[in-house]
Ligand binder design. Structure first.
Ligand code: SF4
Length: 209
């Protein structure tokens, strides 16, 4: 089963266009300043079959693609992750969806594992590398400069230069039904600390993704 910490049907700040985002639960790394730290630690997550996840995506009408984040997508059962993506590509209504994926592993590391390669075949752009606070330079869709866009298909290849040079951070903030604050996207360095401090002073529970 895939462990999903959070899903968002429509998001405009984690890749091109409007995207459905899936944050997988858990990551064994402990990168200093990781923006998903809270989500990696909390025990709550839902377990999903690949079919259930694909069905959820199917109902998100009008999206350009999906973004996989975490947590660490490549610490999920990779056969199930591959099945999920295969189901999207097999569904005639979903074959045009693009797939972006964040990972703390390097592409080279992943290419050494057969099970990871089975997942990579469905990914258009991989954003690899762990978050390094001291290399956080404000690039769009990336947490730190060491993280690279790998254009694994032609889908966005023509935009490679633009993607690599755009300095623009955007986030989306929403309240869930329990009054919990949810943040999506890659915020500016120190933004989350300042926001958390201010909100905790006001007794607001903060969850950051
Ligand atoms: S690899 Fe990514 S999700 Fe895992 S701790 Fe590092 S920055 Fe966070």
């Amino acid at each position: 089963m895939l462990h999903v910490a959070r899903k968002k049907e429509f998001c405009k700040v984690l890749g091109p266009g409007t995207r459905s985002v899936i944050w997988f639960h858990g990551c064994t790394r402990r990168c200093l300043g990781c923006i998903a730290g809270t989500m990696n630690e909390i025990a709550e997550y839902e377990t999903c079959l690949p079919e259930q996840l694909a069905d959820w995506v199917k109902h998100n009408i009008g999206i350009e693609g999906i973004t996989l984040s975490g947590g660490e997508p490549f610490q999920q059962p990779l056969d199930e992750l591959a099945t999920f993506l295969m189901l999207l590509k097999q569904n005639t209504n979903l074959t045009d969806l693009s797939v972006l994926c964040y990972t703390g592993y390097s592409l080279e590391e992943l290419r050494k594992q057969e099970s990871a390669v089975a997942v990579l075949q469905y990914i258009d752009v991989l954003i690899d590398g762990e978050y390094r606070q001291h290399e956080d330079c404000g690039q769009r869709w990336r947490g730190s400069a060491n993280q690279q866009f790998h254009f694994l298909t032609e889908r966005y290849k023509k935009q490679e230069n633009e993607w690599n040079t755009t300095l623009e951070r955007q986030i989306e903030i929403e309240l869930d039904l329990n009054g919990k604050l949810l943040i999506s996207g890659v915020p500016s360095k120190n933004f989350i600390n300042k926001l958390t401090t201010e909100l905790q002073r006001r007794d607001v529970n903060v969850d950051f993704s």
